[in-house]
Design a binder for this molecule. Sequence first.
Ligand SMILES: [Zn+2]
Length: 424
Amino acid sequence: MRLWKKVIAATAAVGTVVFFFMAVDVGPHEEYSPDPVETAVVDTVPLPPNAYGIPISGFTMEQGSIKVGSTFGELLASRGVDLNAVHKLVELAEPYFDVRRMHTGRPYSFIFRADNELQPAYFVYEADPVEYVVFGLGDSLTVHVGRRPIKSTQHTIACVVTGALYNDLARVGADPQLAMYLADLFAWSVDFYRIGKDDVFSLSCTKQTVYGVRYGKPRIIGARYISNGRIKDAYQFAQDDGIQQYFDGEGNSTRKAFLKAPLKYSRISSNFSKRRLHPVQRVMKAHLGTDYAAAYGTPILSVGDGIVEQTGRTGGNGNFVKIRHNGTYTTQYLHMRKILVKKGEAIQQGQVIGEVGSTGLATGPHVCFRFWKNGVQVDHLKEELPNTAALDASLMPAFTQHRDSIADELIAAENVARGRVVNF
Ligand SMILES: [Zn+2]
C-alpha cells in the first residue's frame, strides 16, 4: 500500500484537542469498558481521530499500515531514525507497549514538522481503534499511550416472537447477534428449542462506539422473556468483587451449578485425556471422558436439569444416556447396567438415570462421564463453570433499585412491541 500524505488542519483542531496520554498497558481492551450501569455520555470533547492529540499546527502526516514481517526498527530506520534512538524507544516503551506486538494491517503514521520533512517528529502506532502509542522522535525521545474516548449508549428493545429469534430481533432494528447473547444469558432457564410464537423478549444493552464506529460487542444489562404469562428475567450486576454477573429478579444467579460427579460416592479411575492406553483395546486412544468406578448397580445421577436427548446401546459405549442441559452443555453416561429414563424425558439435577455396569468396552463397573460444551467434548473438571452464588444480602437494596430501573424500560418496550403487533 502506498503511503499518502495528509496535512493536519491543526489550527482548527487546537481549540478542541484533549490529551488522553496515559501510562497504561496496551493490552486487550475489554477491561477498559466503562461500567455499563453508568450509561451517561463518556466523552464530551471529541478528539480529532487522526491527530493523536498532537497540538502543534503545521504538521504533515504520512500514514500507512504495518506490512507482513515489518518491524518497529525497520520502519523507523526507513525514516532515518538511528539505531541508538530505536533501542532507547523500545526501552522507554517497555512498560506500556511491546514493539514486537505490532500487528500486520494496523495503521501507523509518521508526523513531520512542516519545516523539516526529512526527519519525523513522531511515530504513531494504532494498537487498536481506541489506543495509540506516540513515539516522540525529537531531541528528547518520548513514549506515550493515548486513548480515544469510548462512547457508551444504552438501548432497550423488545420483540414478539414470530419465528426465528434472530430474524425477529433484526425486524425490530436490534443487532440480531443479540439472539446468541440471549440464548447464553437464559441458557439455564429457557429452552430455546421450545420458544413459542407470541412469546416476548426484551433487552437493554449498551453499545460502544469510537467516533461513531462500533467498538466491541454490545452487552446485555437486562433482559426479560415472557411465555404464557411466565417471566424469566436477568440483570447484570457486580458484587463487591467487581465482576459483572447476571441475576434473576430475586437476586439468584441465572446460572446453575452442575454436580461435580454423576455418582454420590465414587473415585475417578481414569481422567479425561487426549491420549491414554485403552484398557480393553490396549492401544493409545483419546479418552474424552472421566471414568468413575463404583459397584454394579450404584445409582447414576444426572449432573444437572435437562432433557434426555438419547438413550441406546453401542458396542463401545454399552448402554448410555445423553442429556441436553441447555444450548451450551450436554452430558453423557456410559456402560450402564440399566437405563432408567426415556428419550425426551425431562430430568432434574440429581435424578437417578441409570445403574452402574460394565456394558460395552469396559474392564469393570464404572461410569464413563462425557461432557460437551458447544458440541466439543471437554474435561468437565477443568471447565471454568460460572459463579452460581446468589447475590449477597447486603447488596439487595442496590440491586433492587438497579433491577427496577431497567425493568421499567423493559416493560415499556414490551408494551410497544405488543402494540406494534396488534397494529400490523
Ligand atoms: Zn471412559
